[in-house]
Design a protein around this ligand. Structure first.
Ligand SMILES: *Cc1c(COP(=O)(O)O)cnc(C)c1O
Length: 530
């Protein structure tokens, strides 16, 4: 062991650490324990100095607050520390490879952040007079143009706030189109490999979901689609299909599926979460889709996490364009017009309503357009190609040790393994994922899609370097061999090195504690906590 001149160890970690101190604070060096704001905050403290307001008359009438609001306060430096410490407990794309398949955790370029902070974009308010935000409207319109160009569609709804919200928007446009044509079909076809939001969206809008089988090769069975159409003649509203699908495979029969759906007077909703695999290579509109959401946080590099801050614009074919929701930007002789109310409509415009109060997520719009303009059309195509290349690099690096449910053939932007390689090891998909945490990796998507047993869906994205992929592949190879050697404990007890071990996720989901009811004594001194 190397020692410094005072005879103390210089190496980090376990070198010579027969003695592991149980710390007084509960912290582990830079790994800080951080209580809740409600536990450390004080009611009489605030980080800002504001004068007491002069006597005023509340306009809230009987709704006026009668008791103190009771929000915990901290000084400014305490506030900084609280949130910085919490942020250090968060695994982020800026700290390591984040291989969540389907979710697409890709690098957020710093240029995007810089542009989003330009005051003309960052500091505007949705209620500002239109004459003062013309540039912002132009940016929304230009981003919409890029989305329509890249997808081969004719209209776009910019306001939905996430992919799932976009699904709702697209399906509401489809419903409106059926009603306008005097139809009232009740059924939506959803393949078994679909993301849960697809059947949830259909059900939310009152449709009955009919599941479509997958073929042996992991793609949607065209014969099943045709059979479902025949069995429910005249009662099909739409199909909701993801392409490339959630097994990481391109649906080769997509044009035949679209033709069959259109022949049945139904619409084709495409879940665009995996659009990042084909941008610049294929246009969904050319393949026959009528509506598709685009998760800007998956395909166009805006920040992704915790359900937001998301943005899920929806592109629509000419068949659905008239039903696009308010608000929208209309191009006219005099320039761009922002159509916000029914009063502003022209002939042929039949919006189904509106999805949100305002125009969408401006900060995300700026970031996404920055990404597009800084890449150009050739750069966007290259990003798709590299995303596919990287996934296949991982596939080839692991396919002799892990099991590919659909054979050793090329995948798109993500590679799907099942758990048969773990058979008889006593290690489950969940255990395997937890052991990855000890190695410093966020686990891949697990147990989704449901069409294979113990799914592990890996999506490295285009921005990982070869060195980073090599280390990731080597780490997984080491884990697999360890499991096969019978080193079960490395998995069943994992994670050993994370600040928390395994949580009772079932209990957390079934009986979530959503309110803070008993603030601990307002003190943070360790002595008082003992
Ligand atoms: C992420 C995802 C969604 C939902 O998108 P959000 O933006 O998270 O609401 C829907 N379908 C698929 C296949 C996805 O991967």
């Amino acid at each position: 062991m190397s020692m410094n001149t005072q005879g103390r160890p210089t190496a980090a970690g376990d070198a010579g650490a027969a003695f592991r101190p149980k710390t007084f604070t509960g912290n582990r060096a830079l790994d800080m324990e951080e209580p809740l704001l409600f536990e450390i905050g004080r009611l009489d403290v605030t980080g800002v100095d504001l004068d007491e307001p002069e006597a005023f008359e509340a306009e809230l009438g009987t709704h006026a607050r009668t008791a103190k609001i009771g929000l915990p306060g901290l000084s400014e430096p305490e506030t900084m520390r609280h949130y910085v410490r919490l942020s250090r407990n968060n695994y982020a794309i800026d700290s390591g490879l984040y291989p969540l398949g389907s979710c697409t955790m890709k690098h957020n370029p710093r240029l995007n952040e810089k542009m989003a902070r330009v005051p003309g974009f960052g500091d505007i308010h949705p209620l500002q007079p239109l004459s003062t935000v013309k540039g912002a409207v132009e940016l929304i319109s230009e981003l919409g143009d890029w989305l329509m160009e890249l997808t081969g569609t004719t209209a776009v709804a910019m306001s939905p706030k996430a992919g799932a919200h976009g699904e709702q928007c697209g399906m509401m446009a489809i419903k409106a189109a059926h009603i306008a044509a005097g139809r009232d079909p009740k059924i939506v076809l959803v393949p078994e490999s679909a993301h849960g939001t697809n059947p949830a969206t259909a059900a939310l809008l009152g449709f009955k979901v009919v599941a479509i089988d997958a073929k042996e090769d992991g793609t949607v069975d065209l014969a099943s689609v045709k059979k479902a159409i025949a069995e429910n003649d005249g009662n099909i509203a739409a199909i909701m299909l993801t392409n490339p699908n959630t097994c990481g495979l391109f649906e080769r029969d997509i044009m035949e599926i679209a033709a069959a759906i259109h022949a049945a007077n139904a619409y084709f909703y495409c879940d665009g979460a995996n659009f990042n695999a084909i941008v610049g290579k294929a246009r969904p509109g050319d393949l026959g889709i009528d509506a598709m959401h685009i998760n800007l946080h998956k395909t166009f590099s805006t920040p992704h996490g915790g359900g937001g801050p998301g943005s899920g614009p929806v592109v629509l074919s000419s068949r659905l364009a008239p039903f696009a929701p308010l608000p929208f930007v209309r191009k006219s002789e005099g320039g761009l017009e922002l159509v916000e109310t029914e009063a502003g409509l022209k002939d042929g415009e039949k919006p189904f309503g509106r999805m949100t109060a305002f125009h969408g997520q401006m900060g995300m719009f700026v970031r996404a357009l920055t990404y597009m303009l800084s890449h150009g059309s050739d750069g966007l195509r290259l990003a798709s190609e590299d995303a596919v290349l990287n996934a296949n690099y991982v596939r080839v690096g692991l396919q002799d040790l892990m099991s590919l449910p659909f054979g050793e053939r090329p995948c798109m932007h993500e590679v799907l393994f099942d758990d048969s390689f773990l058979k008889d090891t006593g290690v489950t998909t969940l255990d395997f994922a937890k052991a990855m945490i000890d190695e410093g990796y966020h686990p891949m998507t697990m147990y989704f899609p449901l069409v294979v047993h113990g799914a592990m869906l890996i999506e490295p994205t285009e921005s990982e370097s070869r060195a980073s992929l090599d280390l990731f592949v080597a780490t997984l190879r080491d884990l697999v061999m360890s499991a096969k050697r019978g080193e079960t404990e490395r998995f069943t007890g994992a994670p050993y090195l994370a600040p928390r071990r395994r949580l009772d996720e079932t209990r957390a989901a079934r009986s979530p504690v959503l309110t803070w009811s008993e603030p601990a004594p307002a003190s943070v001194t360790p002595a008082a906590a003992e």
